[in-house]
Design a protein around this ligand. Structure first.
Ligand SMILES: N[C@@H](CCC(=O)N[C@@H](CS)C(=O)NCC(=O)O)C(=O)O
Length: 258
């Protein structure tokens, strides 16, 4: 029997400074801590790393400008230090948790993990933004979810102004330049490629959930939210990918829910 007590380094709860995730208001949809795919990614990374944290909410990303001059979320406060940008946050969570997000990976596996993370943050994120702001099938539900608490005239004007601005950004990113049909057929092709890559058991790069899983999950789980039924159905039609998403959802629950 091993009677040795765990060393302080083996117990992240003893050595980690208090962690606070600065993010948007919880939408109250069971299974989705946030409408933001980048905040979802960080919630799930903290879950995989089994790190406890508190949450600081705001209605808009720029209300956290005090801790992040870019006005974006998520921001993780590590003690008094603000770590902005989900990629930097994942690196920090990994360091704080003794490599929990890259467990079992050799140098090539680690490189692959960060490549998948980049694909999720750039390519997949374009489809999340398009599904919310550009896809007219989803816009009413999205407007209600994002601006529902604002007075009706503000909701109408602000929603329309921001929508125009976000769509212009999607055109500039080459996501929406050729219109909806081209965008969604590109999405289906990418999702088919992910279905072919999805593991039938375990996680994206092996036995343990990590950087690739939480990053792909953040964007794909956002796309399977009730805000975008067509995108959800498109994912549901890919059984391996869908089953892997469910495994990640379970493996990345917050430490206190385990
Ligand atoms: N590269 C950033 C992107 C974060 C991001 O785009 N966050 C969105 C919410 S999902 C945001 O804050 N948008 C407001 C803005 O860009 O002004 C990351 O990985 O954290």
């Amino acid at each position: 029997m091993n009677t040795a007590s765990p060393s302080p380094a083996a117990d992240p709860a003893r050595t980690t400074p208090p962690l606070t995730l600065c993010e948007l208001t919880d939408p109250g949809t069971p299974g989705w801590e946030s409408h933001s795919p980048f905040c979802l990614k960080v919630h799930r990374a903290l879950g995989v790393a089994a790190l406890r944290y508190t949450r600081r909410h705001a209605e808009r990303p720029d209300q956290h400008r005090g801790v992040n001059a870019t006005g974006q979320v998520p921001v993780l406060l590590v003690g008094d230090e603000a770590v902005a940008d989900s990629t930097a946050i994942l690196h920090r969570i990994n360091a704080l948790s003794g490599d929990a997000l890259l467990r079992g990976l050799d140098a090539k596996g680690r490189a692959a993990a960060w490549c998948w993370e980049e694909l999720a943050d750039t390519s997949l994120n374009g489809f999340v933004v398009a599904s919310r702001w550009a896809d007219s099938r989803n816009w009413e539900a999205v407007r209600q979810a994002y601006f529902g608490s604002a007075p009706a005239p503000v909701r109408a004007v602000l929603g329309a102004v921001l929508r125009r601005r976000v769509i212009a950004g999607l055109v500039a990113r080459d996501v929406w330049r050729r219109g909806p049909e081209a965008c969604w057929s590109r999405f289906e092709r990418l999702v088919d490629a992910l279905e072919a890559q999805a593991p039938t058991q375990g996680f994206w790069l092996g036995e343990h959930p990590g950087v690739a899983d939480v990053s792909l999950f953040g964007q794909l789980h956002a796309l399977r939210s009730p805000l975008s039924p067509w995108q959800r159905e498109t994912l549901a039609a890919r059984p391996r990918l869908w089953a892997w998403l469910d495994r990640v959802a379970l493996a990345s629950r917050p430490a206190e829910d385990r």
